[in-house]
Design a protein around this ligand. Sequence first.
Ligand SMILES: [Ca+2]
Length: 589
Amino acid sequence: MWSGWCMGEQGKRGGSGQGWWDGWFGRLLAGAWVLAVASGAAGAEWAIAAWDFNSVTPDSSVTTGTLEPAKGWGSLGRVGGVRDSFGSGYGSSDPAVTDNSDWRLSGWPAQGTGNKLHGIEIRINTLGWQPLRLEWDQYVSAAASRYWRVQYTTDGVTWRDGPVLAAAPEVWTHGLSVDLSWVLGAADNPRFGLRLVSEFEATALGRGAAAYVAASPLYPYATNGWLRLDQLRVWGRPTLERWSVLTWNLAGFGMTNWTPTHPQLQAIERILRALRPLVVSFQEVPEGWEAAMTNWVRSWWPEATVVVGSRTDGAVRLALASGLPVRAVRSWLRRVPLQAWGADAVFTRELLEAELVVPGFPEPVHTFAVHLKAGADVESAVRRAAEARAISNFFAVEWPARGRGRAYWLAGDCNEDIRRPRAAEQGAVQILLGEGTGLRLLSPVQAATGDDRTWSSWHASLSYRFDYLLPSGLLWSNVLDSGVFRSDREWPRPAGVEEGDSALASDHLPVWAVFANPFLPPRLSWELGGTGGRLRWWSGAGQRYRIEMSPDLQEWSAVAEMHVTGPGWAEYGLELSGGRRFYRVVRLP
Ligand SMILES: [Ca+2]
């Protein structure tokens, strides 16, 4: 049976200067910090990433599987050159009845070598998360190492020891669990990582052999032992209250020096560093500069995932930068014929889709980037409308089956102004907003001028609004703020941005929006005021709550129910009288 956790030598160095570490072991001595079996706390924990190793498309073969998470996002790999394969996960806590694979690791280091350098490694982006727990099922064969160390990194490079465990041989142990809530620097950290590595007896126990000991006392340690894993999860609490998105046509057409020292790119960089959007849709990355685009973004935003779209018209491409994990990228409608949609031409570029993992959202959120055909001439206008019809058809026909009610938004340069139509135009933006797409019109304006126009900052005055953020219903109802950024009109101008930066950066102005996260668990705060005070908590739009009161934390009674219309801070006022009271807020379905 499971033999419990042992205290390693690290834990005995109480005054090592790592504050959380002392706390961690303080909890161990109190006997409460490591749970042999997950105690649940139902509803309070979300999977930041969860692996079940089962094939994405069930194939009735347990010897195939995947290291991609079944839920959330993170990367999982091997450390120290161990080998891996998939096999039957029978006996693990995976509820899958068929096709239940586990992940098997073997090829361990020779006796007396490679202490704490061989095993598995998890990398997760905890931006918008407070990690709470690492949990897994494990089966260790008789001759594999008995001692296993959990390690963590907060800088992506340096690995520190967490607790060590002594494995029971030849039995599935379900729900092994390590508390991560005490790890300073684990939250909001794109470089957070965890390891599980085999360890010598001497370092694990602080006594014994400077060598591996087999899990079973009946066997000598062997390099061909097995560590088998299933139901590997990193649990956490989402903390992302709001998240911002931005779209920008970068005016890269024809550029032949797309390098970080170019004044245009430096101006774009200054603006984006000041605005700090979490997800950016770019248009007009010059063809041939895809790697340069990635390198440039990473030079000032190292945590970003950068996606550059496919080759399309041979001149410019779409791109995306995201501080949130990107699960998948897809290209739709790329150079497809448009005859069915009313133009004797092909779709000029593409509809670039990225699947994002937003903390707290039960399903991925999808972003779509577009750059419709430019030009005021009849041919271009007809082609642009046909492109909009093809996109509309995608959202009406293709998307409902794939999207399954997920949130999404479309962003980009539509090369048409919904309020200022030119002669030959057929209403491309109205087509995108038509029945069936689920997209809603958002009309950001520049804060000081109230101007919705985004083009051209290279002319004496702006002419048209070409750039749009069109969210689906859930995101649209949770818009906290939006705007058009123009460096020479912003007041106060953000630090680091120069007055002439907008005109230097691009002929287009960037358009941004901030969404409230409607999925955060309510976390109450209390504000005193007048003869009473207010309960405050973060809320999405249109959510319902019941406020409950208790004199003793035992008996709870309903005080009120309320419906929160707008996203943001919700408040409930209370008169202070009588004795001690406890309050809680329950989100209603
Ligand atoms: Ca499994």
